[in-house]
Design a protein around this ligand. Structure first.
Ligand SMILES: Nc1ncnc2c1ncn2[C@@H]1O[C@H](COP(=O)(O)OP(=O)(O)OP(=O)(O)O)[C@@H](O)[C@H]1O
Ligand SMILES: [Mg+2]
Length: 261
């Protein structure tokens, strides 16, 4: 049975997609079967893996709306054991359509329902979510066993996070997904040379304690470039600091699973 991990933070540009692609790729490179679900209409996780959905082609939008079977929409990536459920800008319409079409409990549980049948086929399923607390993110949090929160080590990093944590808590206590846990908090785009980066890192560790990964992701030019080549960092620049960091993260992620975290 696989574990489903939502990679979420309502704040934009903090490293959600970069972490989704590269943690998924690093685990797949260790021969684990991994599915990456692109749940963002920006489709950055898809293009970052070199996948573009053409007009009328199956994608997550068509799966969620029941127009396509999950299996038809899945794409192989350059890493054999990494599979992608791609997204397209069509997904932006889903929010409106779902709101109009279905009772609320069903609206939020749609992805959970679709992913249930995938658990037998993968070791890990990651969901890359958009920068909002809207219906798409709610679907991810309903489908997930845990949530991994990437944060940028910059001023205002904690802002809005209280609201996000409240939402997670509400999803638990309202019985929507009582067993949802926090997988971990990841500091991204860290520049150890700056006081600010260090201060923010300290603040985040003070607040979240053991939940924060020891591994931090440095700001690294190669990491910024790799999506434009449609490749995860381990295929684009394996010698880079960015690649090293995500391989370390994958190791720490797996160590935590052993501990039952
Ligand atoms: N460690 C890093 N070093 C350098 N550039 C990075 C790093 N992490 C992410 N980036 C770049 O920063 C930008 C934002 O990162 P990313 O897309 O992963 O964030 P996001 O949280 O998914 O954004 P959104 O909220 O829009 O979905 C991207 O251009 C990405 O390539
Ligand atoms: Mg993103």
């Amino acid at each position: 049975m696989s574990k489903i991990v939502s990679i979420s933070n309502q704040k934009g540009g903090v490293g959600k997609t970069t972490t989704s692609i590269n943690l998924a790729a690093a685990l797949a490179a260790a021969d684990l079967k991994v599915l990456l679900v692109d749940l963002d209409p920006q489709a950055n996780a898809s293009s970052g893996l070199g996948v573009y959905v053409g007009e009328g082609e199956p994608d997550i939008y068509r799966v969620l709306t029941g127009h396509t079977d999950m299996k038809q929409a899945l794409r192989q990536t350059a890493i054999p054991s990494l599979t992608l459920l791609p997204s397209s800008s069509d997904l932006a319409a889903l929010e409106v359509e779902l709101v109009e079409g279905l009772p609320s409990a069903q609206r939020a549980g749609l992805l959970a329902q679709k992913l249930a049948g995938m658990r037998d086929h993968f070791d890990y399923i990651f969901i890359d979510t958009p920068p909002s607390l809207g219906l798409l993110t709610l679907n991810a949090l309903m489908a997930a066993d845990s949530v991994l929160i990437p944060m940028q080590a910059e001023y205002f990093a904690m802002e809005g996070l209280g609201q996000f944590m409240n939402t997670v808590e509400l999803i638990r206590t309202e019985g929507l997904n009582p067993s949802l846990t926090i997988e971990g908090v990841l500091l991204c785009m860290v520049d150890d040379r700056t006081n600010l980066s260090r201060e923010v890192s300290n603040e985040v560790r003070e607040y979240f304690g053991q939940l924060v990964y020891e591994t931090t992701i440095p700001r690294n030019v190669r990491l910024g470039e790799s999506p434009s080549y449609g490749k995860p960092i381990i295929l684009y620049a394996i010698e880079s600091k960015g690649a090293r960091a995500y391989l370390d993260l994958a190791e720490e992620f797996l160590r935590r699973q052993d501990k039952g975290a």
